[in-house]
Design a binder for this molecule. Structure first.
Ligand code: SF4
Length: 412
């Protein structure tokens, strides 16, 4: 191995990650288990968040139907320009040189090849389940990022981070551009890893089914509800102005009327109950409530779980701050380590392995810091005890015996 050339040894390293992906990925949970034994996770609270990491796939080599259409249009415009120039060469041969004509003809051949290539990609796009094709890393996907109008081709890295020491207790790499379906899986991973009972997440994770799933697993999710209704902005009452009376299964509306249950329907697999009051048509507050004949109120079958979560959030106003403080540190550190290119490997399983190595390195560093702090504070405690003993010895030199080596708070 030592006699092998440097390039071959480098290749061995790269292949090691590729060939031992399962084993490498398994080290992360094992290390988290070790940290748990060292009692580095005490609070049982985790913050869940996702961040987009770039893949080995240029944006120009990723296609969606929209991008394909724009690219084809670009090629057609170029072809039209070249044809026009060739027409001009036919009409006025003295204005266009022979070399320019030859150059344009070469360009036309290239354009034709590019167009054929795009038509091929168009066929692949139709067969792709998510209507997206990436040429360099076929698993990478185009994803929007937080900046307006920005996006990357990459992967979505999900983490559950312990709020006390900011260690990553669970992580996953996916190629979906959103977080809506990740809450319960990540919370379950965190619970299995460190016994987490509370999971903080941002609005992007709000999903009734996911929150219900967490509740059924004994995990208290804390996810703010996205404000999708613009009733409040239009000066109308929104749902928060209607109080649910559980024992009667009715709503109390702002005019003091009762909105009764009318019917149930299934929307996106969720049973939704509809309520309204018969008093709406003659209500003096109707102009502030609805533009329809009746103000209808929709209630999911498991809405009580969401209401309970909202009450928990109201009791913990600092939840959002704790979440941000917790998750931003690991993502910022990992991205700084990985540099501008982020992932170096291709295909989802390999990218998962690469991420596991980074997470392991991050957790190792954090754990060493915490253990060192613990040892230092142990040393400080030892010094404190010795100083107190010395003070006691000075206060009561005649009564000092080896059996009275106890710390007395009143002394010193
Ligand atoms: S319009 Fe209907 S729901 Fe709205 S306040 Fe009046 S009675 Fe209540």
């Amino acid at each position: 191995m030592i006699d092998r050339p440097a390039d071959a040894r480098l290749q061995d390293h790269a292949d090691f990650r590729k060939d031992h992906g399962d084993a490498i990925r398994q080290v992360c949970p094992e290390f988290v288990l070790l940290c748990r034994r060292l009692k580095l996770f005490a609070d049982g609270i985790v913050a869940i968040d996702g961040s987009k990491f770039k893949a080995v796939n240029n944006r120009d080599k990723n296609f969606t139907p929209h991008k394909l259409k724009a690219r084809m249009q670009q090629l057609e415009e170029s072809a039209a320009r070249y044809l026009e120039e060739l027409d001009r060469a036919d009409r006025e041969p003295s204005l266009v040189t022979d070399s320019r004509v030859a150059h344009i003809k070469d360009k036309m051949v290239t354009l034709k090849q590019q167009m054929q290539r795009l038509e091929e990609i168009g066929k692949q796009l139709q067969q792709a389940p998510d209507h997206q094709v990436s040429l360099t890393d076929p698993d990478a996907r185009s994803m929007a990022t937080s900046g307006r109008g920005t996006g990357i081709v990459g992967y979505n890295v999900q983490t559950a981070v312990d709020t006390k020491h900011h260690m990553i207790v669970a992580h996953e790499v996916i190629n979906l551009g959103h977080d809506r379906t990740q809450l319960s899986a990540m919370a379950r991973e965190a619970r299995n890893a460190v016994g987490a009972k509370v999971a903080l997440a941002d609005r992007g994770y709000f999903s009734g089914e996911q929150i219900l799933d967490c509740d059924q697993q004994g995990i208290s999710a804390l996810v703010p509800k996205p404000l999708t209704s613009n009733n409040r902005a239009r000066g109308l009452f929104d749902k928060r102005d209607f109080q649910y009376i559980a024992e009667d299964d009715e709503y109390l509306c702002p005019a003091g009327e009762r909105a009764k249950w009318r019917f149930s329907t299934v929307e996106n697999g969720m049973t939704i109950n509809k309520y309204w009051s018969s008093a709406c048509p003659r209500c003096p507050m109707k102009s502030r409530c609805t533009t329809s004949e009746y103000r209808r109120i929709a209630r999911w079958d498991h809405e009580a779980v969401l209401e309970e979560m909202q009450r928990r959030l109201d009791r913990m106003p600092e939840a959002s701050l704790v979440r941000r403080r917790t998750v931003e540190h690991p993502f910022a550190t990992l991205k700084a380590w990985m540099g501008s290119a982020h992932f170096l490997m291709k295909r989802l399983p390999n990218v998962k392995t690469e991420m596991s190595l980074h997470v392991l390195a991050y957790n190792l560093k954090r754990a060493m810091q915490k253990v060192r702090q613990r040892i230092m504070s142990g040393c400080r405690m030892k010094r404190f005890i010795e100083e107190r003993l010395e003070a006691r010895r000075r206060c009561y030199p005649s009564t000092w015996t080896t059996t009275s080596r106890k710390i007395t708070p009143s002394c010193g």
